[in-house]
Design a protein around this ligand. Structure first.
Ligand code: PRT
Ligand code: ZN
Length: 285
């Protein structure tokens, strides 16, 4: 039987989360350090470790069936691949930043200026959308020092905490692109490859769903069960079991992260006690 070939970053910010996701999907990978490729014993998967910049092309060409890469790299490379799933890690944004002393009056302030960036294609498209002419200086690293050494007036670079910009006397002034890691696929996959991808996606979605949800157990007095149950949707509906002490029940359910704190407070107000919250490892609907 064939194997699904996946390209992931060899080392860098996406490596650990990419390998970690596969492992959470129950796919054991041996020798991930300093290797160019490895296979799994318990899932028909072959992993290629590459520079993130090369991943879109490998997937466009079908050398790898799928890949994990940041949307920023994907857009910059402009390769023809299909995005099948956002993965929720590697979040950052591509932003314009100007020296803190500079008065910023919106994108129009870019007119005729020099912009240093490693993302000439995305920045070029942005300037075109804004109808602004400016000079793009492509540099491959340490973009944030360009204004300080007189190489450019502003920069367009990836930002997560903003610490790097701050330390270089720069201020984020416009966001061009929001980015996260995504799973991409080769458009000409065989039927067998697609079936393998479906089973990988099934696992990825179960892992992601589990992360967004918590298992909740609590005790409630029987006369207030109705109120408590109304607050807990559960996967179908909550499980209710009698406690040894008469007049009380134990209620089990699932709550999503977004509504979690608000619901816990409401549950307490509705008479719930001894609330336990437990992480869920996998969640299949
Ligand atoms: O060797 P290879 O080419 O594979 O790796 P790389 O050096 O090109 O990329 P790497 O490992 O640095 O980043 C891989 C991907 O992680 C990027 O393409 C983004 O999709 C994502 N990502 C998420 C980030 C950041 N957050 C990030 N903060 N990539 C880079 N940064 C850098 C940024 O360029 C700047 O220098 O971190 C600095 C800013 O961070 P803050 O926290 O100070 O704002
Ligand atoms: Zn790179």
């Amino acid at each position: 039987m064939g194997k699904l070939k996946i390209a992931v970053q060899k080392s860098g910010r996406l490596h650990d989360d990419s390998v970690g996701l596969l492992q959470e999907c129950g796919i054991d990978l041996r020798n991930v350090k300093d290797r160019l490729r490895t296979e799994s014993d318990d899932f028909p998967l072959e992993v290629f470790f590459l520079r993130d910049d090369d991943i879109p092309q490998y997937v466009e060409d079908g050398v790898a069936d799928v890949g994990i890469v940041g949307e920023n790299v994907l857009q910059e490379k402009g390769r023809t691949v299909e995005v099948v799933q956002a993965l929720g890690f590697g979040k950052c944004r591509l932003s314009l930043a100007a020296p803190r002393s500079e008065v910023w009056e919106g994108p129009a302030s870019l007119r005729g200026r020099r912009i240093a960036t490693s993302y000439p294609r995305i920045v070029g498209a942005y300037l075109q959308r804004q109808g602004i002419e400016a000079e793009i200086h492509e540099i491959s690293g340490s973009v944030e020092i360009a204004p300080g050494i007189g190489l450019a007036d502003v920069v367009a670079d990836l930002v997560s905490s903003g610490g790097t910009l701050f330390m270089n006397g720069l201020r984020e002034v416009e966001t061009i692109l929001q980015s996260q890691a995504v799973l991409i696929r080769y458009q000409g996959m065989t039927a067998e490859g697609q079936a393998l991808l479906e089973s990988l996606l099934f696992r990825i979605r179960a892992v992601k769903r589990a992360k967004r949800n918590k298992y909740v157990l609590l005790n409630a007095p029987n006369e207030r069960l109705g109120e408590v149950i109304a607050l807990l949707p559960g996967m179908k509906s909550p499980t209710v079991l009698p406690l040894a002490e008469s007049g009380w029940s134990s209620v089990h359910s699932v709550l999503s992260e977004e509504e979690f704190w608000e619901r816990i407070e409401q549950l307490k107000t509705a008479g719930a006690q001894g609330i336990l919250v437990i992480p869920i490892e996998k969640m299949v609907l």
